[in-house]
Design a protein around this ligand. Structure first.
Ligand code: ZN
Length: 93
């Protein structure tokens, strides 16, 4: 066996997205994508800056997309809502 060749699989994953501004199909790395996960589907979205037109694009993300993106290394930002009465402190029983 000649095991001299490095098996370097590119760890960088490319995501294909469509710009809603200029309609360009763009490829983005996990670095260029931002994911915001809110309490519901309406507040869950991913965003990126279109390399073509420079617009900031925000698109809704379903559960499947969220999984796909986080799997690919996109940082998910959890938008947690502060609900009334949720200010319990640890050890205050
Ligand atoms: Zn664009």
């Amino acid at each position: 066996m000649t095991g001299t060749e490095h098996d370097t699989m590119p760890t960088e994953v490319c995501f294909k997205a469509r710009c809603s501004e200029c309609d360009a199909r763009v490829e983005l790395t996990a670095d260029q994508l931002r994911l915001a996960v809110g309490a519901g589907p309406k507040s869950t979205f991913y965003s990126f800056t279109c390399p073509d037109c420079g617009e900031h694009v925000r698109r809704p993300a379903g559960a499947r997309i969220v999984e796909l993106l986080t799997d690919g290394g996109v940082q998910a930002m959890r938008l947690t809502l502060h609900q009334g009465g949720a200010r319990r402190q640890a050890g205050s029983r």
